[in-house]
Design a protein around this ligand. Structure first.
Ligand code: DAK
Length: 259
Protein backbone atom coordinates (compact mmCIF):
# COMPACT_ATOMS: atom_id res chain seq x y z
CA UNK A 1 0.00 0.00 0.00
CA UNK A 2 1.26 3.50 -0.84
CA UNK A 3 2.12 5.57 2.22
CA UNK A 4 -0.06 8.61 2.81
CA UNK A 5 2.16 10.86 4.90
CA UNK A 6 5.63 10.23 3.51
CA UNK A 7 7.15 10.22 0.04
CA UNK A 8 9.94 7.76 -0.63
CA UNK A 9 12.48 8.60 -3.33
CA UNK A 10 14.25 5.31 -3.80
CA UNK A 11 17.29 6.72 -5.58
CA UNK A 12 17.77 10.48 -5.21
CA UNK A 13 21.46 9.92 -6.06
CA UNK A 14 23.54 6.80 -6.55
CA UNK A 15 22.88 4.53 -3.54
CA UNK A 16 21.09 7.36 -1.70
CA UNK A 17 17.40 7.20 -0.76
CA UNK A 18 15.29 10.08 0.50
CA UNK A 19 12.21 9.94 2.69
CA UNK A 20 10.20 13.13 2.80
CA UNK A 21 7.74 13.68 5.64
CA UNK A 22 4.63 14.91 3.93
CA UNK A 23 1.88 16.33 6.16
CA UNK A 24 2.47 19.96 5.26
CA UNK A 25 -0.89 21.21 6.57
CA UNK A 26 0.06 20.11 10.07
CA UNK A 27 3.74 21.10 9.82
CA UNK A 28 4.53 17.40 9.45
CA UNK A 29 3.24 16.61 12.94
CA UNK A 30 4.18 13.00 13.61
CA UNK A 31 0.94 11.11 13.94
CA UNK A 32 0.93 7.37 14.52
CA UNK A 33 0.34 6.52 10.88
CA UNK A 34 3.21 8.71 9.69
CA UNK A 35 5.56 7.11 12.22
CA UNK A 36 4.49 3.61 11.17
CA UNK A 37 5.00 4.51 7.50
CA UNK A 38 8.42 5.93 8.32
CA UNK A 39 9.40 2.80 10.22
CA UNK A 40 8.28 0.54 7.35
CA UNK A 41 10.11 2.64 4.75
CA UNK A 42 13.32 2.63 6.78
CA UNK A 43 13.15 -1.13 7.27
CA UNK A 44 12.65 -1.62 3.52
CA UNK A 45 15.53 0.70 2.61
CA UNK A 46 17.76 -0.87 5.25
CA UNK A 47 17.23 -4.24 3.57
CA UNK A 48 17.82 -2.90 0.03
CA UNK A 49 21.38 -3.53 -1.20
CA UNK A 50 21.11 -0.63 -3.62
CA UNK A 51 20.73 1.84 -0.75
CA UNK A 52 23.76 2.85 1.29
CA UNK A 53 22.65 6.11 2.93
CA UNK A 54 19.25 7.58 3.74
CA UNK A 55 18.02 11.17 4.05
CA UNK A 56 14.95 12.19 6.02
CA UNK A 57 13.57 15.65 5.38
CA UNK A 58 10.40 17.61 5.77
CA UNK A 59 9.79 20.72 3.72
CA UNK A 60 11.16 24.27 3.90
CA UNK A 61 8.72 25.35 6.62
CA UNK A 62 8.97 22.32 8.88
CA UNK A 63 10.99 19.20 9.38
CA UNK A 64 8.35 18.22 11.94
CA UNK A 65 6.63 20.33 14.61
CA UNK A 66 6.40 17.42 17.02
CA UNK A 67 4.15 14.51 17.75
CA UNK A 68 0.53 15.13 16.78
CA UNK A 69 -0.92 17.02 19.74
CA UNK A 70 -4.52 16.47 18.64
CA UNK A 71 -3.92 12.72 18.62
CA UNK A 72 -2.31 12.75 22.09
CA UNK A 73 -4.47 15.30 23.90
CA UNK A 74 -7.21 12.99 25.15
CA UNK A 75 -5.04 9.96 25.86
CA UNK A 76 -4.68 8.37 29.29
CA UNK A 77 -1.44 6.87 30.58
CA UNK A 78 -2.89 3.42 29.88
CA UNK A 79 -3.83 4.44 26.31
CA UNK A 80 -0.24 5.62 25.80
CA UNK A 81 1.10 2.38 27.28
CA UNK A 82 -1.16 0.24 25.09
CA UNK A 83 -0.37 2.22 21.92
CA UNK A 84 3.30 1.48 22.57
CA UNK A 85 4.70 4.14 20.25
CA UNK A 86 8.13 3.32 21.56
CA UNK A 87 8.23 0.13 19.52
CA UNK A 88 8.10 2.28 16.37
CA UNK A 89 10.82 4.64 17.58
CA UNK A 90 12.93 1.68 18.73
CA UNK A 91 12.58 0.06 15.30
CA UNK A 92 13.71 3.29 13.62
CA UNK A 93 16.68 3.41 15.97
CA UNK A 94 17.73 -0.03 14.73
CA UNK A 95 18.34 1.20 11.15
CA UNK A 96 21.87 0.10 10.33
CA UNK A 97 22.55 2.42 7.42
CA UNK A 98 23.58 6.02 8.06
CA UNK A 99 20.66 8.46 8.18
CA UNK A 100 21.00 12.19 7.60
CA UNK A 101 18.26 14.55 8.74
CA UNK A 102 17.86 17.50 6.36
CA UNK A 103 16.16 20.09 8.55
CA UNK A 104 14.53 23.32 7.47
CA UNK A 105 12.07 25.28 9.59
CA UNK A 106 10.64 23.72 12.74
CA UNK A 107 12.15 20.64 14.35
CA UNK A 108 10.24 20.61 17.62
CA UNK A 109 9.44 18.06 20.29
CA UNK A 110 9.26 14.67 18.58
CA UNK A 111 10.54 16.39 15.42
CA UNK A 112 13.72 17.44 17.19
CA UNK A 113 13.95 13.97 18.72
CA UNK A 114 13.56 12.36 15.30
CA UNK A 115 16.33 14.58 13.88
CA UNK A 116 18.55 13.58 16.79
CA UNK A 117 17.77 9.92 16.20
CA UNK A 118 19.38 10.38 12.79
CA UNK A 119 23.16 10.16 12.59
CA UNK A 120 23.84 13.64 11.26
CA UNK A 121 21.89 16.83 10.76
CA UNK A 122 22.20 19.25 7.86
CA UNK A 123 20.22 22.39 8.68
CA UNK A 124 19.00 25.31 6.64
CA UNK A 125 19.52 28.79 8.06
CA UNK A 126 15.82 28.85 8.91
CA UNK A 127 15.92 25.73 11.08
CA UNK A 128 14.57 26.06 14.62
CA UNK A 129 15.15 23.31 17.17
CA UNK A 130 13.19 23.00 20.37
CA UNK A 131 11.69 20.74 23.02
CA UNK A 132 8.54 22.73 23.86
CA UNK A 133 6.71 19.85 25.59
CA UNK A 134 7.02 21.69 28.92
CA UNK A 135 4.54 24.26 27.60
CA UNK A 136 2.03 21.45 27.09
CA UNK A 137 2.41 20.26 30.67
CA UNK A 138 4.57 17.30 29.75
CA UNK A 139 8.21 16.64 28.93
CA UNK A 140 10.19 15.06 26.09
CA UNK A 141 9.38 11.37 25.79
CA UNK A 142 11.34 10.09 22.80
CA UNK A 143 14.89 10.67 23.92
CA UNK A 144 14.93 14.50 24.08
CA UNK A 145 16.30 14.80 27.60
CA UNK A 146 19.06 12.30 26.86
CA UNK A 147 20.17 12.88 23.27
CA UNK A 148 19.87 16.67 23.48
CA UNK A 149 21.93 16.76 26.67
CA UNK A 150 24.61 14.58 25.13
CA UNK A 151 24.66 16.76 22.01
CA UNK A 152 24.57 20.29 23.46
CA UNK A 153 25.54 19.82 27.11
CA UNK A 154 23.60 20.29 30.33
CA UNK A 155 23.28 24.08 30.41
CA UNK A 156 21.59 24.53 27.05
CA UNK A 157 19.62 21.28 27.25
CA UNK A 158 18.20 22.26 30.66
CA UNK A 159 17.22 25.68 29.32
CA UNK A 160 15.56 24.26 26.23
CA UNK A 161 13.72 21.51 28.10
CA UNK A 162 12.62 23.69 31.03
CA UNK A 163 11.63 26.83 29.07
CA UNK A 164 10.72 25.35 25.69
CA UNK A 165 12.86 27.98 23.97
CA UNK A 166 13.65 27.29 20.32
CA UNK A 167 17.24 27.69 19.23
CA UNK A 168 18.35 28.93 15.82
CA UNK A 169 20.38 26.97 13.30
CA UNK A 170 23.41 29.09 14.21
CA UNK A 171 23.03 28.25 17.91
CA UNK A 172 22.52 24.59 17.05
CA UNK A 173 25.73 24.59 15.02
CA UNK A 174 27.67 26.29 17.77
CA UNK A 175 26.30 23.85 20.35
CA UNK A 176 27.21 20.80 18.26
CA UNK A 177 23.67 19.68 17.50
CA UNK A 178 24.02 19.98 13.72
CA UNK A 179 26.82 19.23 11.30
CA UNK A 180 26.45 22.17 8.96
CA UNK A 181 24.17 25.03 7.92
CA UNK A 182 23.26 26.10 4.41
CA UNK A 183 21.04 28.73 2.80
CA UNK A 184 17.49 27.43 2.73
CA UNK A 185 17.51 26.65 -0.99
CA UNK A 186 20.56 24.39 -0.58
CA UNK A 187 19.92 22.30 2.52
CA UNK A 188 18.59 19.26 0.69
CA UNK A 189 21.30 19.43 -1.95
CA UNK A 190 23.92 19.60 0.81
CA UNK A 191 22.38 16.60 2.59
CA UNK A 192 22.44 14.65 -0.67
CA UNK A 193 26.09 15.63 -1.20
CA UNK A 194 26.99 14.36 2.25
CA UNK A 195 24.95 11.18 1.77
CA UNK A 196 26.64 10.55 -1.59
CA UNK A 197 30.05 10.88 0.00
CA UNK A 198 29.09 8.29 2.63
CA UNK A 199 27.47 6.05 0.01
CA UNK A 200 30.81 5.96 -1.80
CA UNK A 201 32.40 4.12 1.13
CA UNK A 202 32.14 0.43 1.91
CA UNK A 203 28.54 -0.11 3.05
CA UNK A 204 29.73 -2.75 5.49
CA UNK A 205 32.29 -0.43 7.04
CA UNK A 206 29.80 2.45 7.33
CA UNK A 207 27.27 0.24 9.11
CA UNK A 208 29.83 -1.13 11.54
CA UNK A 209 31.36 2.29 12.13
CA UNK A 210 27.92 3.79 12.83
CA UNK A 211 27.19 0.97 15.25
CA UNK A 212 30.49 1.58 17.04
CA UNK A 213 30.02 5.37 17.32
CA UNK A 214 26.52 4.86 18.76
CA UNK A 215 27.98 2.39 21.25
CA UNK A 216 29.85 5.34 22.80
CA UNK A 217 26.53 6.62 24.15
CA UNK A 218 25.61 3.61 26.22
CA UNK A 219 28.80 1.93 27.29
CA UNK A 220 31.89 2.57 29.35
CA UNK A 221 35.04 3.54 27.45
CA UNK A 222 36.43 0.02 27.92
CA UNK A 223 33.26 -1.64 26.60
CA UNK A 224 33.11 0.80 23.69
CA UNK A 225 36.74 0.18 22.77
CA UNK A 226 36.16 -3.56 22.96
CA UNK A 227 33.15 -3.24 20.65
CA UNK A 228 35.10 -1.06 18.23
CA UNK A 229 37.91 -3.63 18.14
CA UNK A 230 35.46 -6.45 17.36
CA UNK A 231 33.99 -4.55 14.41
CA UNK A 232 37.47 -3.50 13.25
CA UNK A 233 38.64 -7.14 13.15
CA UNK A 234 35.41 -8.24 11.50
CA UNK A 235 35.91 -5.86 8.58
CA UNK A 236 39.11 -7.72 7.71
CA UNK A 237 36.84 -10.61 6.74
CA UNK A 238 35.25 -8.48 4.00
CA UNK A 239 36.04 -8.14 0.29
CA UNK A 240 35.65 -4.38 0.78
CA UNK A 241 38.69 -4.26 3.08
CA UNK A 242 40.79 -6.10 0.48
CA UNK A 243 39.45 -3.90 -2.30
CA UNK A 244 39.84 -0.63 -0.37
CA UNK A 245 43.43 -1.27 0.59
CA UNK A 246 44.39 -2.73 -2.79
CA UNK A 247 42.86 0.28 -4.55
CA UNK A 248 44.96 2.59 -2.37
CA UNK A 249 48.11 0.68 -3.26
CA UNK A 250 47.21 0.72 -6.97
CA UNK A 251 46.34 4.43 -6.76
CA UNK A 252 42.78 3.97 -8.09
CA UNK A 253 39.25 4.49 -6.76
CA UNK A 254 37.88 1.50 -4.83
CA UNK A 255 34.84 -0.45 -6.04
CA UNK A 256 32.97 -1.42 -2.90
CA UNK A 257 30.36 -4.16 -3.05
CA UNK A 258 29.29 -4.52 0.56
CA UNK A 259 30.60 -8.09 0.67
N1 DAK B 1 0.50 18.59 16.37
C1 DAK B 1 -0.63 18.78 15.63
N2 DAK B 1 -0.80 19.82 14.81
C2 DAK B 1 0.18 20.74 14.73
C3 DAK B 1 1.38 20.61 15.47
C4 DAK B 1 1.53 19.47 16.32
N3 DAK B 1 2.63 19.23 17.02
N4 DAK B 1 2.15 21.67 15.19
C5 DAK B 1 1.48 22.42 14.29
N5 DAK B 1 0.28 21.86 14.01
C6 DAK B 1 -0.74 22.36 13.08
C7 DAK B 1 -1.47 23.54 13.66
O1 DAK B 1 -2.47 23.12 14.55
C8 DAK B 1 -2.03 24.18 12.41
O2 DAK B 1 -3.12 23.44 11.99
P1 DAK B 1 -4.48 24.21 11.47
O3 DAK B 1 -4.92 25.07 12.60
O4 DAK B 1 -4.00 25.01 10.28
O5 DAK B 1 -5.40 23.09 11.11
C9 DAK B 1 -0.92 23.96 11.40
O6 DAK B 1 -0.14 22.87 11.91
C10 DAK B 1 -0.01 25.15 11.26
O7 DAK B 1 0.44 25.52 12.53
P2 DAK B 1 0.34 27.01 13.09
O8 DAK B 1 -0.82 27.73 12.50
O9 DAK B 1 0.42 26.93 14.56
O10 DAK B 1 1.68 27.63 12.50
P3 DAK B 1 2.57 28.81 13.06
O11 DAK B 1 3.58 29.09 12.02
O12 DAK B 1 1.71 29.94 13.56
O13 DAK B 1 3.29 28.20 14.36
C11 DAK B 1 4.53 26.49 15.54
C12 DAK B 1 4.22 27.20 14.20
C13 DAK B 1 5.47 25.33 15.25
C14 DAK B 1 5.27 27.49 16.46
C15 DAK B 1 3.23 26.04 16.22
O14 DAK B 1 2.48 25.28 15.27
C16 DAK B 1 3.46 25.15 17.41
O15 DAK B 1 3.82 25.62 18.50
N6 DAK B 1 3.26 23.85 17.24
C17 DAK B 1 3.37 22.88 18.32
C18 DAK B 1 4.81 22.61 18.66
C19 DAK B 1 4.93 21.64 19.82
O16 DAK B 1 4.47 21.93 20.94
N7 DAK B 1 5.54 20.50 19.58
C20 DAK B 1 5.75 19.47 20.60
C21 DAK B 1 4.57 18.52 20.59
S1 DAK B 1 4.67 17.26 21.84
C22 DAK B 1 6.51 9.77 22.13
C23 DAK B 1 7.26 10.25 21.09
C24 DAK B 1 7.28 11.61 20.85
C25 DAK B 1 6.55 12.48 21.62
C26 DAK B 1 5.79 11.99 22.64
C27 DAK B 1 5.77 10.64 22.91
N8 DAK B 1 6.52 8.38 22.41
C28 DAK B 1 7.35 7.48 21.64
C29 DAK B 1 5.65 7.84 23.41
C30 DAK B 1 6.59 13.88 21.29
C31 DAK B 1 5.80 14.82 21.81
C32 DAK B 1 5.72 16.13 21.17
O17 DAK B 1 6.36 16.38 20.18
Amino acid sequence: MQPEFIIVHQQVATHVAHIQLNRPNALNALNLQLMTELKTALQTLDADDQVRAIIISGNEKAFAAGADITQMAGKSAIDMYNTDQFSTWDAIKKTKKPIIAAVSGFALGGGCELAMLCDMIVASETARFGQPEIKLGVMPGAGGTQRLTRAVGKALAMEMVLTGRFITAAEALQAGLVNRITPVELYLEEAIKLAKEIAGMSPLATKMAKEAVLKAFDSSLEEGLHFERKNFYLLFASDDQKEGMQAFIEKRAPRFTGK
